[in-house]
Design a protein around this ligand. Sequence first.
Ligand code: NCD
Length: 312
Amino acid sequence: MNTKFNFLNRDIVSIRGFSREEIDYILEVAKSIEPLAEKGSDMLRGKVLAELFFEPSTRTMLSFQTAMYKLGGNVIGFAEPGVSSVWKGETLADTVRVVEKYSDIIVLRHPLEGSARFAAEYAQVPVINAGSGAEEHPTQALLDLYTILKAKGKIDGLNIALMGDLRYGRTVHSLAYALSLYNVKLNMVSPDLLRMRNEVLQDIRSRIDVTEYRDIEEILPELDVLYVTRIQKERFPDLGEYEKVRGTFAVNLKLLKSAKDDLIVLHPLPRLDEIAVEVDATPFAKYFEQARNGVVTRMALLALILGAIKNE
Ligand code: NCD
């Protein structure tokens, strides 16, 4: 940890704001902070995190809360804008300008793309994007990388597939950007309707090779990591289009017969029917551990942004 990075008061709007060295450093801090996820600490005592969740969430919201509590800090916020003044017509800009008076850091989830950047421009305190529409979910990408690193001991050299809703799924956008900073073989698996957005493909193809497939069977035997996502029904402008692709994917024991023994299967969760429950008890399944890794990764981020851990 020789290089000096400055995370103090930094916004996390997009994973594209990070260099590979910075991401590696965050993952190192996450590893070193692991024991505190059990023991707890008071390094953020007196600090307040505000959660503004304009969309449903289980893991992201609760893992940020857990991370803050484990480090001795406090949490305020809402998960149901209907009970806040947003319902009365308050703008996001005003909500942010008020909430920053109560808090040291804001975590925002919002259905609109660009919402996190907008909030970060208004807020004097750092803003973490916990999901901006179909655009990005940068902290999920960090915990995904942490999970891969923990399971495989490395990221470079791996053969990785992202499968599912690559068009509307924000986690795969952030993860694809992040993985393109590493020396990986990246495969995109989806029906045509759910192909990875062109802007993301163009960007990552300037750094690494990407191959697109319609069927997972074609590449499954070579994979080290299979990252599966839910089809994001709520983001389809036309439900008729959703009906055409629903149930397209089924990761089950029969399919996994052709996989390498040490393949890991990841999923940001919630899952619907894209991974059969029978997979849960196999060594392939790393998705619940992935959720747990979200706490550790977010502890590292909060400690860095709020200045409790410094790299000097
Ligand atoms: C995802 C999200 O909200 O983007 N969930 C999460 O944060 N772990 C994935 C999803 O909703 O499918």
